[in-house]
Design a protein around this ligand. Structure first.
Ligand code: SF4
Length: 255
């Protein structure tokens, strides 16, 4: 019961009035193949063309799952940057549906993620899961990855040479999944994907185009744990992501 109470309290913090028991709102509105012109996401900002994928091995795959498996194989027991010598236990590649329409991109693994090999499994990950569920989705319907695949020591910020070595694999993951919407979690992911130095407070609330997807920056769940007063702004960003997906907001129960 306390889980349910926590869950409902979280919705209340976000400003969500209630949840629907109607299973129809969970259904995908359309498939990517059936996407109509009227369903194209609104993009009010610059078009971003990732370049770091150039020069990477060409992956010929029949499915997104095969493409992701090939990218993971190319990554191998990676020693491309100094993070492989700085205490990482394992590479944290990504988790979720290869066919996801919605992808979340964070910064780098933390201690819990380094132990489990899965992104966003600590307290911040639990909050991210609640955010996904508040959108009317399940965690296994989306794809979650980080810009950097190995834990930086002491959770320090990733350094430019580490980003240069690791970002090409994120770009390939995005190309394989071909999501309709990407939510960048936190300043680091937002700055990396938008190629700007603008603070997250200026990037959030806006939509960019990134490799054919709508890119929506928002606050990192770790920041929201420290500063819960910003959850409402994060929810506004997630509503923007839902609109770009062509999905309706979960309706209050009984409505
Ligand atoms: S952070 Fe990325 S580039 Fe660096 S060692 Fe890990 S997987 Fe390789």
């Amino acid at each position: 019961m306390s889980d349910l109470t926590d869950h409902l309290r979280f919705y209340q913090d976000l400003g969500v009035a209630g949840v629907s028991r109607d299973p129809k709102w969970r259904a995908r509105i359309d498939s990517r193949r059936e996407r109509g012109a009227e369903d194209q996401p609104v993009r009010d900002d610059a078009t971003l063309v990732p370049e770091a994928g150039l020069g990477q091995p060409v992956t010929i795959a029949r499915s997104a799952a095969e493409a992701l498996a090939a990218i993971r194989e190319d990554l191998g027991d990676c020693t491309r940057c100094k993070l492989h010598t700085q205490g990482r236990r394992q590479i944290v590649f990504g988790v979720g549906s290869p066919d996801a329409e919605l992808m979340f991109v964070g910064e780098a693994p933390g201690a819990d993620e380094d132990v489990q090999g899965i992104p966003f499994v600590g307290r911040a990950g639990q909050l991210l899961t609640k955010m996904i569920e508040a959108m009317g989705l399940r965690r296994d319907e989306v794809y979650i990855a980080n810009v950097i695949k190995c834990r930086p020591p002491g959770n320090r910020n990733p350094e430019p040479d580490e980003i240069a070595s690791c970002e090409p694999f994120l770009i390939r993951q995005i190309a394989a999944i071909n999501p309709k919407v990407i939510v960048a979690l936190g300043a680091f992911a937002a700055k990396t994907l938008t190629k700007t130095d603008a603070p997250i407070s200026r990037l959030r609330g806006r939509a960019f185009e990134y490799a054919g997807a709508t890119l929506i920056p928002t606050f990192h769940p770790s920041f929201l744990l420290r500063s819960p007063g910003y959850k409402r702004e994060a929810w506004e960003d997630l509503k923007k992501a839902l609109a770009a997906l062509g999905r309706e907001l979960p309706r209050p129960a009984g409505s």
